[in-house]
Design a protein around this ligand. Sequence first.
Ligand SMILES: [Fe+2]
Length: 265
Amino acid sequence: MNNLNLNNIQIVDQFFNPYPLIIYKNFLEKSQLDALQNSLSNDSTIFDKTVMGNRKTILKGTKNFKNFIIKNSIANDINNFFENSFVFNFFYNNLNNLNKKNAKYFDFKNKNFKFLKNFISRKNDISFKIRNRSSKILSNLINDCRIYCDFDFSVAGSGYEREPHHDKEGRILNFLLYINNFDGKKGGNFQIFKYKENPKEYLRQPLLNDVEMIKKIEPQRGFLVTFLSSPNSLHGVDTILPTNNKRYFFYGSYTSIKKIDWTYK
Ligand SMILES: [Fe+2]
């Protein structure tokens, strides 16, 4: 039985240009991947919404997410695994070391990390607003970098796509686990983009003419992709063509409650 620990995982591929990305395997066992896939394909599973063309998603911090992890013990284990500062440090340090191999790279100064457990809430209620606001005030006083974990379980089908973009400003790193194999000829590949020339402004959605795709990662069952979420971390997904197959995955991040002050040096 794999009890979700970092000792089991092995690096299968990594690169640092244009931004650091590491792919691991052996995070989950076949039976655990089966259980996740079965739950996500079960008609009784309720998703929060459909986004990005055709991606049904269950978002951490919602009632549906809570119900999903109650019903599915491996999903619960995954949630608990990532809600851990040690796990964040492990993935961040590996990416950060790789990043330094670039002659010039994006980095930020305030690494006085403080991990906020189970912070994310989709309810825009008063208690969350107060918690969020007071955390920001304290963070400014102490000058720390407060981070939380966010993620979703998702199922993508025909029509799902992502244009080249980088994720929201507070993100530090992202992780993506493929629950099943998906034939890359049908789309659904993770694409890595690079600016043709360093831009004046690193837009979240750059003009297509300014970037080029330099690599594709085909979804392979059990592969865990991690990458730094700096302003040049451009990524996308090519359109899933008409098919009855689905791409099952979870996508998550470690995100700061304040904007990260990335500088290129
Ligand atoms: Fe993204």
